[in-house]
Write a protein that binds this ligand. Structure first.
Ligand code: SF4
Length: 246
């Protein structure tokens, strides 16, 4: 249950805010964090978003990250793939509520089918500078800001109160932890069949799950990229068989 800074349950006020937005003619999008994905939960979640009057539903499978570091991570990939497959079926039944992740997966599939085969996308580093409240700058992932690693120390390349941001970015891109992440990206590109869809990012999940940045698979990408794509492919396969029985 989401609470406000004072620890009070915020659910009723969130519902009221949604009602006001809808009454003012605004589209409403919601993001849900799902701890234990299952087909039944997918159906309830989509129905609830429809009941609220939402246009878009975004779904984050709960991650082990930041202050949420002690939580177990979902590992039953078949069940998670079924969760995504059920969300896809729910959207097909009621397209008024679109699902962000399904839309991305279908968009990728459509693009792949339309375009000529091309070489894998490059393993690009996005500097993504994050400036903390005290001016300290972290690169490649806002979720790493304020955290340290036993191997690399603090994930910061300096402070904007002392140095211009472009200098900090230049220096930060050569830091050991960014170089380690670059190796991880290359490993993803070279080893993972889902790389073109996924892009191989998520440095914070690598750190919080494995304690280093040059690994490849994490529970995060298994749940949110691999199982998602497998769920969508499973529905497509099932529909083809149903429509064209032997
Ligand atoms: S799915 Fe995982 S292993 Fe594959 S490219 Fe993405 S982050 Fe790397």
């Amino acid at each position: 249950m989401r609470v406000d800074l004072a620890g009070r349950v915020a659910f009723g006020r969130i519902l009221r805010g949604i009602e006001l937005l809808l009454a003012a003619g605004r589209d409403v999008s919601v993001i849900a964090v799902v701890s234990d994905p299952s087909p039944q939960r997918a159906r309830r979640l989509h129905a609830f978003a429809a009941e609220l009057g939402c246009t878009w539903l975004g779904v984050n499978i709960e991650e082990r990250e930041g202050v949420n570091a002690q939580r177990p991570t979902t590992r039953d990939l078949n069940r998670t793939a079924e969760f995504w497959a059920e969300l896809l079926r729910c959207w097909q039944e009621n397209p008024r509520v679109q699902v962000r992740e399904i839309d991305r997966a279908l968009g990728f599939a459509a693009h792949t089918l339309r375009e000529q085969p091309s070489p894998s996308r490059p393993a690009m580093i996005e500097p993504l500078p994050t400036v903390a409240f005290d001016g300290s700058v972290t690169l490649i992932s806002p979720e790493l800001a304020g955290f340290t690693s036993e191997r690399h120390g603090v994930f910061s390349c300096g402070n904007v109160l002392d140095e211009p941001l472009d200098q900090l970015i230049d220096r930060g891109l050569a830091a050991n932890w960014v170089r380690e992440y670059r190796r991880g990206l290359r490993n993803c590109r070279d080893l993972c069949p889902y790389f073109d869809f996924c892009g191989g990012g998520h440095p914070s999940n690598r750190h919080f799950e494995h304690g280093r940045l040059d690994t490849t698979e994490t529970a995060y990408c298994q749940n949110s990229k691999i199982a998602l794509m497998e769920g969508v492919i499973g529905v497509a396969h099932h529909n083809i068989i149903r429509n064209h029985p032997r």
